[in-house]
Design a protein around this ligand. Structure first.
Ligand SMILES: [Ca+2]
Ligand SMILES: [Ca+2]
Ligand SMILES: [Zn+2]
Length: 247
């Protein structure tokens, strides 16, 4: 009998100890109550990508090869909503007819628009816009500005995107204002339509092609004074945009 009482006391103490362990935990670990604000998540991470395009005085081979069926999609980032608005600031282009510059840029974007049903672009003239600097402003722009002086780089395209959803937020194209620009394909200048179509492809995050075989495609990296081969899309360019947005 003594033994039994002793055993019962031990069980009671153990029971207290076990429940004693579990009771405080409920108070240490706070439970979410109805109406409490959810724990704050950090702002979604944003990154910026860039395509830099150099210009040359003459084509690397002649005649340029055929437009192949090849294309390169960059890091698979695209617009969640493929209805995109682009504002063009032609002020520093050095071309007399600014309205013609805007029209040439529009032709560059329209080439991609007509090749893909879902991608719809609206291009407008706006003398106030320029590229986003430290963070995206969700205003897609094309403008002329200082890059590296005459020679070297002719244009740069920036694209901002959410890292986890891989959705585009903002794209900005800058044409180098130190280069000579043409709206008629003059042989000693860079052609606005030609470069605009190529850079517009970069805003869709199509990558550069570099093989001579792909030399007649819009997305070929090599451009030169008087080049107009990139103005209209080749078969590989069309396959590229359709791979992203369908027909
Ligand atoms: Ca912007
Ligand atoms: Ca330059
Ligand atoms: Zn390029």
């Amino acid at each position: 009998m003594k033994k039994l009482i002793y055993l019962m006391v031990v069980i009671a103490i153990l029971g207290l100890f076990v429940s004693g362990c579990s009771i405080p935990l409920k108070f240490v670990v706070p439970t979410l109550e109805k109406g409490n604000p959810k724990p704050e998540l950090g702002a979604p991470k944003i990154e910026r990508g860039v395509f830099v395009n150099h210009g040359y005085s003459s084509p690397p081979w002649y005649p340029p090869e055929e437009a192949t069926d090849r294309y390169q999609w960059g890091p698979k980032i695209d617009w969640a909503d493929p209805s995109v608005e682009v504002l063009v600031n032609p002020t520093a282009s050095g071309v007399t007819s600014l309205s013609a510059v805007v029209a040439e840029v529009e032709k560059g974007f329209e080439a991609w628009d007509v090749a893909s049903g879902p991608f719809e672009v609206k291009v407008s003239w706006d003398d106030t816009v320029g590229p986003s600097l430290d963070e995206p402003d969700e205003v897609n722009t094309v403008s002329w500005g200082t890059i590296d002086g005459a020679g070297g780089i002719v244009a740069v395209t920036y694209y901002w995107y959410y890292v986890n959803t891989k959705e585009l937020i903002d794209t900005d194209i800058i044409f180098d204002s130190a280069e000579s620009w043409s709206i008629t394909g003059e042989s000693n200048k860079f052609d606005v339509w030609n470069i605009a179509t190529h850079e517009a492809g970069h805003t869709l995050v199509l990558g550069d092609l570099r093989s001579p075989k792909d030399g007649a495609l819009t997305m070929h990296a090599y451009t030169w004074l008087g080049d107009t081969m990139k103005s209209t899309l080749g078969s590989g360019d069309i396959l590229g945009i359709q791979a992203i947005y369908g027909k």
